[in-house]
Write a protein that binds this ligand. Sequence first.
Ligand SMILES: C[S@@+](CC[C@H](N)C(=O)[O-])C[C@H]1O[C@@H](n2cnc3c(N)ncnc32)[C@H](O)[C@@H]1O
Length: 223
Amino acid sequence: MESGEHPNSIRTYKLRGARITPAQEGAIERLGERFLLPLSNDPIEVREIFPNAKRRVLEIGSGMGEATAQMAEAEPDTSIIAIEVHKPGVGSLLWRIEKMGLQNIRIVHGDVKEILESKFVSESFDEIRIYFPDPWQKLRHHKRRLLQGDFIPLLATKLVSKGLLHIATDWQPYAKWIEAEFADASQFVGGVVQRPSNRPLTRFEEQGLTKEHQVTDFFYYKH
Ligand SMILES: C[S@@+](CC[C@H](N)C(=O)[O-])C[C@H]1O[C@@H](n2cnc3c(N)ncnc32)[C@H](O)[C@@H]1O
């Protein structure tokens, strides 16, 4: 454990500088009030935020928001809540929201491990998407991998019955790890699927991948 870290909340993200561009900062100032969900004590009622959505999706670790914005544009009947801990990523997604005129996204700026349990009522989502979670390649960092332990049953509680958890990783050892974790998870059934067409093609996928960096998609359905 690294200094100052609480044993129950092992950090799953990389510490990066707080460098933020003026465009990202400006987007937060202009749009934060409308699109950022507050981290107040009350749980967020996703059905109240998006009463007319045909599908309510949670995206965990939306990064710079490239895929999030593309999905929101391509799926106008779907509403997406994106959780991201990195402030420049939040600013970048807000900038895309403005540029593309999107209405069907809200963002929570924070650590999913600290907020998921209390901030959303049970069965809030039809689908949860986790695309390219940090792979934490070194053995001593495996404890930081998001997809493990109690976090898996917690994801299940936030999905409706038969809800879908879609995971993609480009790190083959993490893909094997995910299969092993979910083999032990009685809340889910599923496994590897062909790349679904609704997952936007990211730049590094387009650029071609090495053997260890082949992308694996998983669909797990809540029992
Ligand atoms: C490798 S990036 C992938 C980003 C994006 N999904 C994509 O495909 O481009 C992983 C992202 O997950 C975020 N992340 C990791 N742990 C997180 C946590 N506990 N809560 C919220 N975001 C987290 C990181 O900040 C980072 O932006």
